[in-house]
Design a protein around this ligand. Structure first.
Ligand SMILES: [Zn+2]
Ligand SMILES: [Zn+2]
Length: 289
């Protein structure tokens, strides 16, 4: 029994096609997760979801497609691929879009608005698939062969981190795409937030975490809602995860630079005496949880 995950988009903020980003990829966040029974879970709907949609349609070979789409939050880079997700344009398909209750406006409203006639040629109402919106709070939900828990992270406007595992399976995957671990910035989170985050992540097999900035860059972007490489490594070590996947790469970060950051992260983990496997998310990469 295991979850299988595949990266379709790894880049933060804005798509970055080009020669410098070919290896790690230029599409904004999207991850496909499959349960042992084959149920489809999609994490975020950045531009990577377009290619995922093409792949799903070809794999389905005419059969209906169903799945759960979990959005961490509704910033552009996490929803901008949805209007290009082919399976939404097919009758008989069924998707449930999950997101935080705490958004200033409802998730359904944000997704509909990005398809309003002023900015997009096809309205949400014209989509042929059945689409439900469901809110998720910091709670544990079970169904479709897996268990999911959500945790409020530190990001402007709010965002969720998710932990997925199969039933009665203690380990699993933690997915935190956008999160500011630096405690200098102000957020409306509880005093024991970091401790609780460590508990939420504890013992995960794989932690996929925001590593947008270097420590030097972070000084200029405090309060923008993202973490440094070092902070993500520290979290992974504190929570004793087995494998850390660097994610939500900064748009300016070239492939060669990502390689160097991975080496630095590994060196840091080694200095701390931790047994932590570290790699950077790349489009097309698959991992078994
Ligand atoms: Zn983002
Ligand atoms: Zn964001």
């Amino acid at each position: 029994m295991s979850l299988r995950l595949q990266f379709w988009g790894t880049r933060g903020s804005i798509p970055t096609p080009g020669r410098e980003t070919v290896r790690y990829g230029g599409n904004t966040p999207c991850v496909e997760l499959r349960t042992a029974e084959g149920w489809l879970i999609v994490l975020d709907a950045g531009t990577g979801i377009r290619e995922l949609g093409r792949s799903l349609i070809s794999r389905a070979n005419g059969a209906p497609i169903a799945g759960d789409i979990f959005l961490t939050h509704a910033h552009w880079d996490h929803i901008q691929g949805l209007p290009f997700f082919g399976p939404l344009f097919q009758h008989g398909n069924h998707f449930t879009i999950w997101g935080a209750h705490a958004l200033e406006t409802s998730l359904g409203r944000v997704v509909r608005d990005q398809m309003s006639p002023v900015v997009f040629p096809v309205t949400f109402e014209e989509l042929d698939a059945t689409i439900d919106f469901r809110e998720i709070d910091e709670e544990c939900r079970r169904g479709n062969g897996y268990e999911v828990r959500a945790f409020q992270v530190r990001h402007p406007g709010g965002a969720l981190g998710y932990r997925f595992s199969e039933r009665d399976h203690a380990r699993g995957l933690v997915y935190i795409s956008d999160n500011e671990l630096g405690l200098g910035a102000k957020y409306d989170t509880r005093a024991a937030w970091r401790e609780q985050l460590v508990d939420f992540v504890r013992g995960a097999h794989i932690l996929v975490h925001d590593t947008m900035y270097t420590a030097e860059e972070y000084d200029h972007f405090r309060g923008w809602g993202h973490s440094t490489y070092d902070q993500a490594v520290e979290l992974a070590l504190d929570a004793e995860v087995e494998r850390l996947v660097l994610y939500h790469h900064k748009p300016e970060r070239s492939d060669d630079e990502v390689d160097r950051r991975v080496e630095e992260c590994r060196a840091l983990a080694a200095r701390r005496g931790g047994k932590l496997d570290i790699l950077a998310a790349a489009e097309g990469m698959t991992l078994i949880v």
